[in-house]
Design a protein around this ligand. Sequence first.
Ligand SMILES: N[C@@H](CCC(=O)N[C@@H](CS)C(=O)NCC(=O)O)C(=O)O
Length: 212
Amino acid sequence: MKLYTFFRSSASFRVRIALNVKGIAWDAVPVSLPKGEHAGITFKAINPQGLVPTLDDSGRLLSQSLAIMEYLDEAHPGPKLLPADPLERAYVRAFSQLIACEIHPLNNLRVLKYLKQTYQLDDAAVNGWYRHWIAEGFALMEAFLLNENKHGRHIFRDQITMADCCLVPQVFNAQRFECDLKPYPAVMKIFDQCMELESFIAAQPAKQSDAA
Ligand SMILES: N[C@@H](CCC(=O)N[C@@H](CS)C(=O)NCC(=O)O)C(=O)O
């Protein structure tokens, strides 16, 4: 299996964790976002969306990290990334989408670039935007966890799920932008517990072949 990935891409990081948790062997094909490789014709022939990650499973190309993780879970053996019960699956999907739909798109590279280029925002203003949406999103996650009360070592009891695969990269991003994460102790406890596991450690940006 080949994964088109960029070391700092959190959506790629989600899939790297999922592949490791499932015990699937994979090779990285680095796509540099700073060099604009994702927007070039070579990569757009692979994924016309021009986004990483993209998974190549024996010639079948898949895009969108949540769809990729659900595909891996359905088509490949290994530990399950979603619970069996429909209500519990909905809980895991809701938490995953809270990150992938409510937080990540607002702070994506092309959004930050647009703010800088179109509205001439300086780095301080862009960082303020970034931290605002992190604070709102993390508060929603913390409240969701406490309200549902389904968490244990992981977001769903003691089972690693797609939601943990989404959470850890989002925390890495928040830490890179020096966001204050002290107000979210339940979220951070799960993050710390995930980062004790080799499948998460090996997927982190600094361990990737294309890390600067
Ligand atoms: N919803 C997509 C998001 C993919 C995405 O936005 N990837 C980022 C890196 S984390 C990217 O390729 N950004 C390029 C850009 O913004 O121009 C997914 O979950 O796979």
